[in-house]
Design a protein around this ligand. Structure first.
Ligand SMILES: Cc1cc2nc3c(=O)[nH]c(=O)nc-3n(C[C@H](O)[C@H](O)[C@H](O)COP(=O)(O)O)c2cc1C
Ligand code: SF4
Length: 708
């Protein structure tokens, strides 16, 4: 393997140091605040997750939002907090870890004002005016009195001092995303008639006072960063003119402007999914802030291309390349650019599964980076792989979809003697070879492209395409370990969560009933122009197929038994725009309808009240549930004696072949098996470190060092 050691000189500008207030950043890569499901309740995971990014070259790494007071209790969402010395100590671990790699540590001090969930603290919420939260309409806040204003500012100062004392270098006054400072600034939230309401000067007062107080408290020791959504692109904030006005008014108080767009209720504009937003999409607004400030700027927009990054810094639009998702997908992105390892950069695909994990209150996870969030609890480093104890064995991986490719790469990096990846189709990719052909999902092809390049670079991997092995061929292949990654298929009988039974007639009318693979792989199309796409899953596939067929000119009706069209896409921030796009393409949307039969004239169903409905259509596309494609695994597993006779000592399966899942989780599964291939029983995941209070005397201390 030839490793280039120098970057392209065009990218030198990205490695120039930059002063922000009393601190110096070693380069122009800045990990902006992002949630992780770790907060301060999993301090070791938090420290290691950010620490790995510091090691990977990010000059600054930040916490997620960290409420400063009880009235900003975000639970059940998991955030950092800085209420007391214990919170500070927990978060301080992360600062220590960042410093070990020469990076600065930032903390995003925060108050959500009207939007606070308060799931744990049960306090009332506070806001400039008593107006129900547009994020949670049932939450009506207390209008802040002068005493509340004074106290919140004091709590912010206390938190800033505590953060400084445990080693944080950059302290935020977080005003973006329609949180408390923005609520004061925005006439949408602020109906006050006192000195904090009315004119721009009055509405900006709280924010400016807060900045001044925090600056006076820690400004000599720490850099003061201010995060602001300079254009809300909706009512919940301010538009660019007032965004620029704020920047001008506060410029002397701030060491670093961290710019975003959108609001928390319309977060989709900030963490834009690739389906709707191209790389650099925020520049249209944030790129205009330079004219209003003399201070350094960090900006975001799914920035992963070194050329574009260098161009942004060169033109002065931003001084620092900010990243949330690109840093999750590849914690070593800066180092890879610095070392000229461009083809190793694992680019974010903009699927927003990381957001979905956060919305579902889960531990962080990423489609592209299976190690995200696993740095501490499973001891997985994104770039380092220990040699497996059984590395003298050959492994046969059957199925070159996302899970199979990831498993093969991980096994190869663990130095297995030889890894044979055998794929029945002409190209690697499995389901990910057709998913990127759904409208808007082109960037998802990076899942396959990155893995194809890595497989090619690994000397101990052999990729064999267009070969479908039988059970006896597998047994006789000569590999001691066999991993089945044969994926899953959409049920053609209509089996679904709604009824746990096939749809009567589905199998009898195969000529008019299709599944996604028929449309996307075999190129089959409905016999006539009227098509019903039936969705019982609720993620992107049915909506994507419906949009595709509509673009091709079919008369499409998307019928779902769920209460919303593609509800899972709401958790990736795509839902409203996706439904709008379907509507604009002429797709008719029907919610809450369960299909009861399919016949020669079309389909019958019933609505949520049991009222019968009929659909006169020429074709039905069933997107109901997937089933594991595990026939080969079962055949092999049924005759262990025959396997042993041929020297096979381990038979495993990964990904959808075990249970159909979203790509991120299937990829994770493939990675896990590779990491644990030398455990006592690789088919069962090893326990991971759990950060909790244990009352069990002598509780065994698990350490990451014990892992592969
Ligand atoms: C999973 C996730 C969690 C986020 N949590 C926060 C947060 O706690 N505070 C914040 O200011 N922004 C948060 N953001 C927004 C990001 O900081 C960033 O502004 C946005 O994702 C666009 O940048 P990117 O394209 O580099 O991801 C989050 C983004 C993601 C993807
Ligand atoms: S989950 Fe998707 S959007 Fe989030 S960082 Fe990973 S690849 Fe990017």
């Amino acid at each position: 393997m030839v490793r280039r050691t120098r970057r392209d000189p065009r990218h030198d500008i990205l490695f120039e140091p930059l002063r922000i207030g009393p601190k110096v950043l070693r380069n122009r890569f800045y990990q902006v605040p992002h949630c992780s499901g770790l907060g301060d309740v999993k301090p070791f995971s938090q420290a290691e997750h950010r620490g790995v990014k510091a090691e990977g070259g990010w000059a600054a790494v930040s916490t997620e939002y960290a409420p400063v007071s009880l009235e900003s209790d975000e639970s059940p969402w998991i955030s950092a907090r800085l209420w007391d010395a214990e919170d500070a100590a927990n978060l301080g671990l992360m600062a220590e870890r960042a410093h070990e790699f020469g990076s600065l540590a930032a903390i995003e001090l925060h108050h959500s004002g009207a939007h606070c969930y308060g799931g744990e603290a049960r306090a009332w919420t506070l806001a400039p005016s008593q107006l129900a939260s547009d994020l949670n309409a049932h939450i009506v806040p207390k209008a802040m009195e002068q005493a509340d204003i004074t106290r919140v500012k004091a709590e912010w100062v206390r938190a800033a001092r505590a953060a400084r004392d445990v080693g944080f270098d950059i302290i935020y006054v977080y005003g973006g995303h329609s949180y408390l400072p923005m609520q004061f600034l925005s006439p949408f939230y602020n109906h006050r008639e006192d000195s904090y309401g009315g004119s721009f000067v009055n509405r900006a007062r709280f924010w400016l006072e807060l900045l001044e107080d925090v600056r006076n408290a820690v400004g000599d020791d720490c850099a003061l960063a201010c995060r602001v959504a300079v254009a809300a692109l909706g009512p919940a904030g301010v538009e660019l003119d007032e965004g620029l006005q704020l920047v001008q008014a506060a410029d002397d108080l701030v060491d670093l402007w961290d710019l975003t767009i959108g609001s928390i209720n319309d977060w989709s504009k900030d963490s834009g999914a690739s389906r709707f937003f191209k790389e650099g999409y925020q520049l249209e607004w944030t790129g205009q802030v330079r004219q209003a400030t003399t201070r350094p700027i960090v900006g975001v927009g799914r920035l992963t291309s070194p050329d574009l990054m260098a161009e942004i810094v060169r033109t002065g639009a931003f001084d620092l390349i900010g990243a949330a998702r690109p840093s999750i997908a590849d914690p070593f992105l800066p180092n890879k650019i610095e070392e000229g390892r461009y083809d190793e950069i694992r680019e974010c695909i903009g699927c927003n599964v990381c957001v979905m994990k956060s919305e579902q209150l889960h531990h962080i996870g990423c489609t592209q980076n299976a190690t995200a969030g696993e740095e501490y609890r499973r001891g997985w480093h994104p770039e380092r792989f220990s040699r497996a104890a059984n590395a003298d064995l050959d492994v046969l991986v059957l199925g070159g979809g996302p899970a199979g490719m990831e498993c093969a790469i991980t096994l190869a990096k663990r130095q297995m003697r030889r890894v044979h990846l055998v794929e029945a189709a002409a190209e690697l990719g499995g389901c990910m070879s057709w998913i990127p052909r759904l409208p808007g999902l082109g960037e998802w092809a990076r899942v396959v492209n990155w893995r194809v390049v890595q497989l090619d670079r690994l000397a101990n991997v052999e990729v064999i395409r267009s070969v479908r092995l039988t059970a006896s061929q597998v047994r006789e292949y000569g590999a001691e370990l066999v991993v089945l990654a044969t994926g899953s298929r959409w049920s053609s009988d209509g089996l679904s969560a709604a009824t746990h039974a096939p749809i009567p007639g589905a199998l009898d009318h195969r000529e008019r009933v299709l599944v996604p693979e028929d449309v996307m792989v075999s190129g089959r199309r409905p016999a006539g122009e009227r098509v019903l796409v039936y969705d019982a899953e609720g993620y992107f596939v049915a909506a994507g197929v419906a949009e595709l067929l509509a673009i091709e000119g079919y008369d499409v009706e998307l019928v779902t038994c769920l209460e919303q069209v593609a509800p899972l896409c709401d958790e990736t921030l795509e839902g409203p725009m996706l439904r709008q796009r379907l509507h604009d393409c002429g797709v008719k949307l029907r919610r809450g309808v369960t299909l009861s039969s399919i016949g020669p004239e079309g389909a019958l169903g019933e609505d949520e009240f049991g009222e019968p409905l009929s659909f006169a259509v020429d074709g039905v596309v069933l997107v109901t549930q997937r089933r594991s494609d595990d026939a080969l695994y079962r055949e092999l597993e049924a005759d262990w004696g025959a396997l042993r006779d041929e020297g096979v000592v381990g038979l495993y399966r990964v990904g959808d072949c075990v249970a159909p899942r979203i790509p991120a989780d299937a990829i994770f599964d493939g990675h896990r098996l590779g990491r644990e291939i030398d455990s006592a029983d690789p088919s069962v995941p090893l326990p991971y470190l759990r950060e909790r209070i244990s009352l069990l005397p002598g509780s065994p201390a698990l350490t990451p060092a014990a892992r592969g």
